[in-house]
Structure formats: structure tokens, C-alpha cells
Write a protein that binds this ligand. Structure first.
Ligand code: 4AD
Ligand code: MG
Length: 470
């Protein structure tokens, strides 16, 4: 009888029938006159049994890992006492090789494993992706993006697609990738936030899933030069509403992933000890966080007036307690998050540490007499970072300046030419509203969910300083 062509994922209804499957030889094991193949087609793994006379199996001995093959046979439930993916195996009666692979010592699978030189793994990322863990991470990423979209849609946010080529900065000029655009200067976008703000009056609350680019010379396990940025913007909300919303979207996304059998299985495979975070998330103001760090003896590198790290005689940085106004560096942030061990909303940062567009907190527009404020303005903002154990900051958000005069003053203070921002300023001219939003680093969220050491594993082809290949 004719065999039905099928993807591995949808084989179950063909049990007891003849099936034709195409894919890559993922694993290969030969015994006397029987050969076991684990076939991979991207939708799953299938155990196939090639047996017969020694002459037939001799041909099968030329098979190599990663060759492409066509297999035709009868699909049978796995015999009692044995396990195979999907609970069945294909008893093959016809097969052929479609594309060969080098095999032997040349087979990349023999050379690549988690202990391989990272730069070789990076050069061979296109082959590494064929591995079970690397492909599972990307599969979970796809499920995660669908779950986020569904959660955001449940809350009536509409998806838009802002441009990547822009002529305005959002998160400071220092991290812009500059390019020439038909004779004009332009940049790769750092954040789509300003465009999302312009959508509120026409589409209501909106979100996007867009690449953002940061020219940061940061060789850390949580920085990429290009990353996927999930950003959302909401109108007529308060700062508390904003943090409630971020928490809700994250928890509902996690719930959706755990409720779905295949994504729950991926989480179990990659991160067996994963437990969904308890609500509500802890909220800690910046000022309280500084006190917490000092109480716990977590120091930071002393800097001189120009921002250079002060070193002692042996060249080690001088470590000092945190003062109000200091940036909470990655190391301190991570230590705090790991000690507390739960998600934390760190909020109300000093204006000096944050972007120009952030709304100032009521009652902090005149400098309070804070000990150690070091001559800084004492102005705080309605801003929040969400910190996750193991990763640190995964979300940055804030309420935005709604008042036009305040915004014009903010451009001035930051030395930003308001001219290219006319369309952003106009939002305050044509019916302003209290609004706020956030950006979530997709790779950082996935590193938390899938317990990956570095976010470089959490995107298809990661970009970091010096790397844009493959
Ligand atoms: O904190 P950031 O810079 O905030 C913004 O860009 C806002 N305009 C977002 C908004 O309000 N719409 O970036 C937001 C998040 C960070 O919390 C982090 O998760 C991620 O983007 N991120 C990076 N991820 C990977 N590599 C980098 N270099 C990243 N920089 C930021
Ligand atoms: Mg941030």
C-alpha cells in the first residue's frame, strides 16, 4: 500500500500504517544486521529500524550522521519495555540517501559539545543549532513569543511594526549605531518606544516585537549588539498600573506556556527546577535598594569626578559603599537579585541615571536634603526595572513626561536638538495624556525561563562586539 508522507510530529494517526518521512540522521547505531536511526525533521525525532539481510544493511553502513534520507515503512508502537520518541518506531522497508554528510571524524557532532572553544561554537552556530538543546531553546523562544502576543492581545494591546532606521535617539547617544542614509545621518533603532507613544491616539494601547541595536562595548553574558525588544505603551495609567500590568503580562505568559503541553515539556527539559514566580512581585525603591546593598556589604567600584575607576596600588579597583545617585552596577544588581531570590521591581531611580523622557516623581522636583546625594539634583523618576534571579534586569519601563514644557526643558537639559523630535513633541500638543510603557529583553527573559548561562544561546545568530557572522 502507498505510504503517506508525514512530518514526525503528526505521525501518531498513522500507527499500523505505512508512512514516508524525510529528515536528517540525528543518531545512528548499528548492531550485527540491524541499524537504528533517530531521524530529525525539525518537528520531532523518530526512531527508525533498518533491518534485513546483511547485504541490505551493508549499504546502510555508508550512512552518516546529518545525511538527509527518505524512509518508508510501517509505523509500529514501541515494543513493551522500550521507549522511543512519540511512543512508536518506523520499521523501514525502503530508504535512500538524499544528501550525504562527511561523517567520521569530520562529523561536526564529534567535534562540538558544550565544552568546545566558544569561538568555534560561534563560527559553527549554523551547525550547533541542529543539536537538541540549541534547537529546543529556539522552539521555546517561538512558543514564548506567541504566548506574549496572546497575553498582550487579551489585554487589548495591538501589535505594530515600527521602523528600524531612525533619526532620533531614545536611550542616549553613546550606544547608537550610526549610518549614512541617502546622504543624511541615521541610526539603527535603540528602542521603538517613541513610535509606540505616537500610536496611542489612533490605536490605543500598543506593543511591538522589534530588533533594537546597542553599540555597547559590553562583553557580558547579558548584552547583545542586536536584540529582540518587546515593547508596550499604555495610555491613561498610573505608575502603579504600569508595574501591575508588567507583572500580569509576565505571569500570564508563563501560565500559557505551562498550560501548553509542548512548551511545558521544553521548559522541563531545559530548566527542570523552574517554578512560576509568586505574585505580587517585590517592589523596592532605588533609595531602599541603596540602603539594602550597604546593609549587605555589597560594594561598588569608586570613581573619580570624570567617571574613571579609582585603582589601588596593586591595580585593583577601590571598593566603596553605595551612595544615593550612584548607578547600581550589574554585579551589585545581580548579587542583590540572587540573594533575594525572587523577581524585584526596582523603581524610582534618580533622574540623572535615566533617559530624558521619564516622568519626574511628584514632590521630588526640589532637591531633598538626602545625605550623600553628592550635589546631585535629588529628582527621582517614575521608572522601574524588573530584575530576575540569575539574569538581572529583564525589563526597563517608566511613565513618560506628558507636559510639553517639561519635555522641552528635558531636551534642553540633555543637550538634545528638539527639531528631529517634532513628531514626538506633537503628542503633547494634540491632546496629551498620562502614559507609560516598558521594554522587555526577549533573550534575557528566555535565559531566565530556560536557565541559560548566556543570552547568546537565546537568539538565532547572536551579535556582540566584533561578531556579525554567521
Ligand atoms: O532599559 P532599556 O534600555 O529601556 C528602553 O529601551 C526603553 N525605551 C524601553 C521602553 O520603555 N519602551 O532596555 C529595555 C530592556 C532591558 O531591560 C533589557 O532587558 C533589554 O532591553 N536590553 C538588552 N538586551 C540585550 N542586550 C542589550 N545590549 C540590551 N540592552 C537592553
Ligand atoms: Mg534599562
Amino acid at each position: 500500500p502507498a505510504a503517506v508522507k508525514a512530518k514526525i510530529l503528526s505521525l501518531t494517526p498513522l500507527r499500523g500504517k505505512r508512512a514516508r518521512v524525510l529528515g536528517w540522521v540525528h543518531r545512528l547505531r548499528s548492531q550485527k544486521d540491524i541499524i537504528f536511526i533517530v531521524l530529525r525533521d525539525g518537528t520531532g525525532y523518530l526512531q527508525a529500524v533498518l533491518s534485513g539481510t546483511p547485504a541490505q544493511t551493508y549499504e546502510a553502513l555508508t550512512l552518516t550522521l546529518e545525511s538527509t534520507v527518505e524512509l518508508i515503512g510501517t509505523l509500529q508502537p514501541t515494543p513493551e519495555g522500550k521507549t522511543a520518541p512519540g511512543g512508536h518506531e518506523l520499521i523501514v522497508d525502503f530508504w535512500r540517501t538524499l544528501g550525504t554528510a562527511p561523517g567520521g571524524d569530520d562529523a561536526f557532532t564529534n567535534r562540538l559539545n558544550e565544552k568546545s572553544d566558544p569561538s568555534i561554537l560561534a563560527d559553527l552556530r549554523h551547525l550547533v543549532l541542529r543539536g537538541e538543546n540549541a534547537s529546543s531553546v529556539l522552539r521555546l523562544r517561538a512558543a514564548m513569543l506567541s504566548a506574549f502576543r496572546a497575553a498582550l492581545s487579551d489585554h487589548h494591546l495591538m501589535e505594530v511594526t515600527p521602523p528600524c532606521l531612525v533619526q532620533t535617539q531614545v536611550e542616549g547617544g553613546a550606544t547608537l549605531f550610526k549610518l549614512e542614509y541617502y546622504g543624511q545621518p541615521a541610526f539603527l533603532t535603540q528602542s521603538s518606544q517613541l513610535y509606540l507613544e505616537t500610536c496611542l491616539p489612533s490605536l490605543g494601547d500598543v506593543f511591538c516585537v522589534q530588533e533594537s541595536f546597542r553599540a555597547e562595548n559590553s562583553h557580558t553574558r547579558r548584552h547583545l549588539s542586536e536584540y529582540t525588544h518587546l515593547e508596550a505603551e499604555l495610555a491613561f495609567i498610573t505608575f502603579d498600573d504600569l508595574m501591575d500590568h508588567i507583572e500580569t503580562i509576565i505571569c500570564e505568559t508563563v501560565d500559557k506556556l505551562l498550560q501548553n503541553e509542548s512548551s511545558a515539556a521544553l521548559i522541563r527539559q531545559l530548566n527542570p527546577s523552574f517554578t512560576p514566580p509568586a505574585r505580587p512581585f517585590k517592589r523596592l525603591s532605588y533609595v531602599d535598594a541603596i540602603a539594602w546593598l550597604n546593609e549587605h556589604g555589597i560594594l561598588h567600584e569608586a570613581e573619580d569626578a570624570d567617571g574613571n575607576v579609582i585603582k589601588d596600588a596593586s591595580g585593583e579597583p577601590t571598593m566603596v559603599p553605595h551612595a544615593i545617585g550612584d548607578d547600581i552596577a550589574e554585579a551589585a544588581e545581580r548579587k542583590m537579585t540572587d540573594i533575594i531570590g525572587t523577581p524585584i521591581f526596582l523603581h524610582s531611580f534618580p533622574a540623572e541615571l535615566k533617559a530624558f523622557y521619564m516622568k519626574k516623581k511628584e514632590g521630588t522636583t526640589t532637591p531633598p536634603a538626602t545625605a550623600g546625594s553628592g550635589g546631585r539634583s535629588g529628582i527621582f523618576t517614575e521608572s522601574c526595572d524588573l530584575l530576575m534571579p540569575g539574569v538581572g534586569e529583564i525589563v526597563g519601563g517608566s511613565m513618560r513626561i506628558a507636559d510639553i514644557d517639561e519635555l522641552l526643558a528635558a531636551y534642553k537639559r540633555e543637550g538634545i536638538d528638539p527639531a528631529p523630535y517634532y513628531w514626538f513633541t506633537d503628542q503633547r500638543k494634540y491632546g496629551t495624556c498620562e502614559h507609560g510603557g516598558y521594554g522587555l529583553g526577549v533573550e534575557r527573559f528566555l535565559a531566565w525561563l530556560a536557565n541559560r548561562y548566556t543570552i547568546r544561546e537565546c537568539t538565532l545568530y547572536p551579535r556582540w562586539p566584533g561578531r556579525a557572522t554567521p
